[in-house]
Design a protein around this ligand. Sequence first.
Ligand code: SAM
Length: 290
Amino acid sequence: MEENKNTLRNPSVVSGLVKKYQFAFQKKYGQNFLIDGNILDKIIQASELTKEDGVLEIGPGIGTMTQELARAAGKVVSVEIDKMLLPILAETLKEYENVTVINEDILKVDLKQLAEEQFENRPISVTANLPYYITTPIIMNLFESGIPLKSITIMVQKEVADRMQAGPGSKDYGALSLAVQYYAKPEIVTYVSAGCFMPKPKVGSAVIQLKKYEIPPVKVQDEAFLFQVIRGAFHQRRKTLVNGLTNYFSGKYTKEQVQTVLLELGLPLTIRGEALTLDQFAKLSDRLLQ
Ligand code: SAM
């Protein structure tokens, strides 16, 4: 894509808009705008959009990524919480008729209704430079809402991307890794330095893609209970799985009952949650239910 002096890829154009509209960056909304054209291209490329696709963007900011999404996809719906950005978006997106901006908190949006009304239940690609302070609830809401997701391509804090991709035995492996990997195949697209944003964030960033599985890789009797077991296994990371689960479910299972299940699964009684695969968690949760 061409680097144009007048595009939002140019930091001085971004500064000009900020000044013109007397926009004050709000830390509480995680406002760090992307100003690096190469990273922008990588995100758009990874999203693999066609003119048939519908895109949900969370937090369009001043519309830098929104413009590119509008060129690549059939329809774009961008949800932005900060009403101070609306006049800027009206200017930067005026030429793009396939974009709808919704002034809402993404955590309060009824995603099912949005999928129905805006995308007529067609598969949705989510592409976003996320507000980092609510990364996990946004991702879990997207998965748990049951909307027809195709993929999620998002900028997140580097450590969070590492956690989503981590496997058993790694220090980054935990409840988030397992929850994400139950729904999707995560793949880090690129790491991104603080200099690619205005203003610069204090943390490193990464673009990660979550390719939604049609069917989860493991089958369980009760999905909600699987996630409870996973939370129980990690809520006291340093404890053994037996102690962690017994404490977490306080009174529901005795230590001996948890030990019996572990033995049935061929797992050592001293094992910690961080050593179990998703498949082992699935078996564990089904056994505990019985
Ligand atoms: N997409 C823009 C870019 O790449 O330059 C801005 C990304 S900035 C990291 C995050 C954006 O999310 C900001 O525009 C912020 O106002 C918006 N935001 C923060 N919390 C939000 C929420 N709860 N619902 C919707 N948007 C939110």
